[in-house]
Design a binder for this molecule. Structure first.
Ligand code: MIG
Length: 799
């Protein structure tokens, strides 16, 4: 591995003194004596983009990551000059550019340092590839922490790590494996309660060093392309992350069934096996919404074909599964078998849609079907063609979701496990080699798949899952963490990786529950389910080489406990769906690591076991065998133990009991949690009454509850309902106010309120500001529940 220091010895070059600078409405251009140019663009009051070129010529400005519709515009911009610096002020922060070497510093208006260049921009010429290795280094504070970078299987806080981004098929990876399936060149720094973000939008192999080589220096560099990064100021991590997701985009709401429990294996076939599995779920009353078909459903692994011996009538099967409440998800890989009698291959060949080597011939590689060619998904015509291939699978057969695998891209039996680097790509009209296109190949495949599934499933919503991705890919697809292993270490990793993906703008993520490689014990499986039900994507998957991984395989106890937790997920679906709504609307991550939840509390900066699911549920998985409980950190504030309603004051570590049928769960005081009755699959029954679990608090707390038709696009025409509840608790009273927006009208008329932790006996009730007898609300003193009309605006309970 090349280190920074070695690179320095190899001849780094630096900008020299400024000749001039000029600016227009949102951009300042700096020109130096040795031809370096810096283009600084203000996108938001809290976001600036920095682009450098070393010879005065910028590349055509193009990005797959940046959402074309991202919000931009700012309130204030002031450019002035000091002796040594050019000063650019926005409403939120100040940027100073040094005249002698273009080094940049970012400051709060009160003068506090946010982030300063160390060496700043520098580069090394690459004669082998042409172009530069472009580099940036920043000074770092002792107490600084770092978060983000996608799916890295390492400590949550990245301080001390050196990592690179090059999408790689890593079967049975381990803790600290460097390169994995995704490239998300975005991280957040946090020092002295000031958070900022760096998004290095460069699709070449990129490298990040978080004070690993030098204690007080953070650097990032790329094997080619431009130094092109966005600086985002917080000071709250939530400002940084939501600005990053504004820039790189958010997904549509998924269909609600995609948030149910999913069962997968490599592979369920033939049809009778698939049916045996799905029937067993129903027979055992174990909720499940989706069943997956891995590569063996195809004819000789040819994409968009069916093995007619195993699946004689896929359309009928998919319909029958659907009648039983199961959606079918099918896998599609990028490799297209070289076979002149296979129409998909023939068509792509005729249209010249496959990737070529630099010297002409098509790029050939071995994957499951044998020798394959690979579509160039960076070509818009190819994407359009690929999306059309879903006509039969989605439009006619009725498959509801598509699973894109092997799109790092993975190639078998070759060094590097991927395409040769000379392979050519269209890159949407900016022709380049695989060095530049590698990290976005999977994202562009998932994008084309998304377009296709959306088109042929319309007006229902598409569901896509991909293994490889790049920043911005969250607009099109969900993801999973690839080929993990059935070990306790991997349970720990799954927890960290999903939180990290949530911190990287990709909240719709999950791990292979139970582990892909090898086989879990019943205990490990149970603990994994107890974590997995809190992940935005919740799917059991296994390689199938090592035995079964269905919930009933491990015996009665595991089945019963697993069912209890999957049922809890189904009860919490309206709460999870609301968290999804906040993600889709504002870019709020669905899981909130403790540091994100309360960055001011330094206790949280190195913690990663505990996390907040949505806004108000604290979870701490059990990640070790043979334990009856553990110590965990409770963030500041008041929390109810979900299992016994005991109230805990946070800001400290406590012991929590957790025998095998319990995982530590706490509810934030003041929260109002919407719940469904248990269903075997989404929309199995019409909801007759919603439950709201109300947790008393001395003080105030707001909660939200979002609803719509669970599928389709009417929600975009205002046919949704967003309820905001304000709870205000005093010693002898509690007031709940409701505000509702949107035009969706739910199937039920009433809420059942379950009151938790009420410190007084209710004596008087005021409903819409008028006193009513307790009986009107069918108050049940025993279980502390009452029934109220769903559109109430104010309820006051007095002791
Ligand atoms: O080389 O399709 O990560 O989930 O079951 C293995 C077979 C290819 C890797 C995926 C895994 C999937 C498997 N695939």
């Amino acid at each position: 591995m090349i280190t920074n220091t070695e690179l320095e010895h190899k001849g780094n070059l630096y900008p020299t003194g400024l000749i001039s600078y000029e600016h227009d409405q949102d951009t300042v251009n700096f020109i130096t004596k040795n031809g370096v140019r810096l283009q600084l663009t203000i996108l938001r009051d809290n976001m600036m983009r920095f682009r450098y070129t070393t010879n005065g010529i910028f590349e055509h400005d193009f990005s797959y990551a940046v959402d074309q519709n991202h919000p931009h515009g700012f309130n204030h911009l002031e450019i002035s000059e000091e002796d040594t610096h050019v000063v650019v002020k926005t409403e939120k922060f100040i940027c100073k550019v040094a005249k002698d070497d273009l080094r940049v510093g970012m400051y709060e208006h009160n003068g506090k340092i946010i982030l300063e260049d160390e060496l700043g921009f520098h580069w090394e010429e690459s004669f082998e590839f042409g172009g530069n290795f472009v580099k940036m280094s920043k000074s770092s504070k002792d107490q600084e922490s770092f978060f983000g970078l996608g799916d890295k299987p390492t400590n949550f806080n990245l301080k001390g790590k050196r990592l690179s981004l090059w999408n790689t098929d890593q079967y049975a990876y381990g803790k600290d494996t460097n390169e994995l399936y995704k490239a998300v060149p975005f991280y957040m720094g946090l020092q002295q309660n000031i958070s900022y973000g760096i998004f290095f939008d460069n699709t070449f192999k990129t490298h990040f060093d978080f004070c690993s080589e030098r204690r007080n220096v953070t650097s990032f560099w790329a094997d080619g392309g431009e130094m092109n990064y966005y600086f985002i100021y917080g000071p709250q991590m939530t400002d940084v992350l939501t600005t990053y997701t504004d820039l790189t985009g958010k997904p549509e709401l998924p269909p609600m069934w995609a948030l149910g429990f999913h069962q997968c294996k490599w592979s369920y076939y033939p049809e009778s096996k698939v049916k045996e599995i799905t029937s067993k779920f129903r027979e055992l009353n174990f909720p499940c919404d989706a069943i997956y078909l891995d590569i063996d459903y195809m004819e000789g692994f040819r994409c968009f074909t069916w093995n007619k011996e195993f699946f004689p009538d896929p359309k009928r099967m998919v319909r029958e599964l659907e009648e039983d409440g199961f959606k079918t998800v099918a896998i599609i890989d990028p490799g297209i078998k070289i076979d002149l009698s296979y129409d998909v291959f023939k068509e792509a060949l005729d249209k010249d849609y496959f990737c070529r080597r630099a010297d002409g011939p098509y790029m050939r590689g071995k994957v499951w079907p044998g020798e394959c060619y690979f579509p160039d998904f960076t070509n818009p015509d190819v994407r359009e063609w690929w999306s059309g291939l879903y006509r039969e699978l989605i439009g006619e057969i009725g498959v509801k979701g598509v699973w894109n695998d092997m799109n790092e891209p993975a190639v078998m039996e070759v060094p590097g496990k991927t395409f040769p680097l000379d392979v050519r790509h269209d890159y949407d009209g900016h022709a380049c080699s695989h060095r530049k296109a590698h990290n976005i190949y999977g994202m562009q495949m998932a994008r084309a798949t998304y377009e296709g599934v959306k088109k042929f499933n319309f007006p229902k919503r598409p569901f896509i899952i991909t293994r490889a991705n790049y920043s911005g890919g969250q607009r099109y697809t969900s993801t999973w963490t690839g080929d993990n292993v059935a070990t306790w270490e991997h349970l720990w990793l799954a927890n960290v990786q999903i939180q990290r993906l949530c911190m990287s703008g990709m909240s719709f993520a999950g791990s292979d529950i139970g582990g892909f490689a090898e086989q879990p014990s019943g205990e490990l499986y149970t603990r994994w389910i107890q974590l997995g039900i809190f992940h935005p994507f919740c799917r059991v998957h296994s390689s199938g080489d090592h035995g079964e991984q269905e919930p009933w395989f491990f015996g009665e106890d595991v089945l019963d406990i697993s069912r209890k937790f999957v049922e809890l997920r189904y009860q919490l679906l309206p709460y999870l769906y609301t968290a999804f709504y906040n993600y889709v609307q504002e870019g709020q991550p669905i899981l909130k690591p403790l540091v994100y939840f309360d960055q001011e509390d330094v206790q949280t900066h190195y913690r990663s076991d505990e996390f907040i699911f949505g806004n108000q549920i604290l979870v701490c998985p059990i990640q070790e065998p043979n334990v009856q409980g553990r110590r965990m950190y409770i963030p500041k504030g008041q929390w109810y133990n979900f299992w016994n309603d005991n109230l805990v004051n946070g800001g400290k570590e406590i012991w929590v009991d957790a025998p095998l049928d319990i995982v530590p769960i706490f509810i934030k005081a003041g929260a109002i949690i919407p719940k469904y009755p248990i269903q075997q699959y989404v929309d199995q029954v019409e909801i007759k009454q919603m439950t709201l679990d109300v947790y008393y608090k001395l003080g105030k707390e707001n909660s939200e509850f979002y609803e719509d038709a669970h599928d389709g696009y009417e929600y975009r025409q205002n046919i949704y309902s967003l309820r905001t509840f304000k709870l205000t608790g005093k010693e002898d009273e509690v007031i709940i106010q409701q505000h509702k927006s949107g035009k969706f009208s739910a199937s039920y008329e009433t809420f059942k309120l379950n009151l938790h932790g009420l410190p007084f006996e209710i004596r008087r009730v005021f409903y819409e500001n008028e006193e009513v007898p307790l009986e009107t609300l069918q108050y049940n003193a025993e279980d502390k529940s009452m029934i109220i009309k769903k559109d109430f605006s104010e309820l006051q309970l007095v002791g």
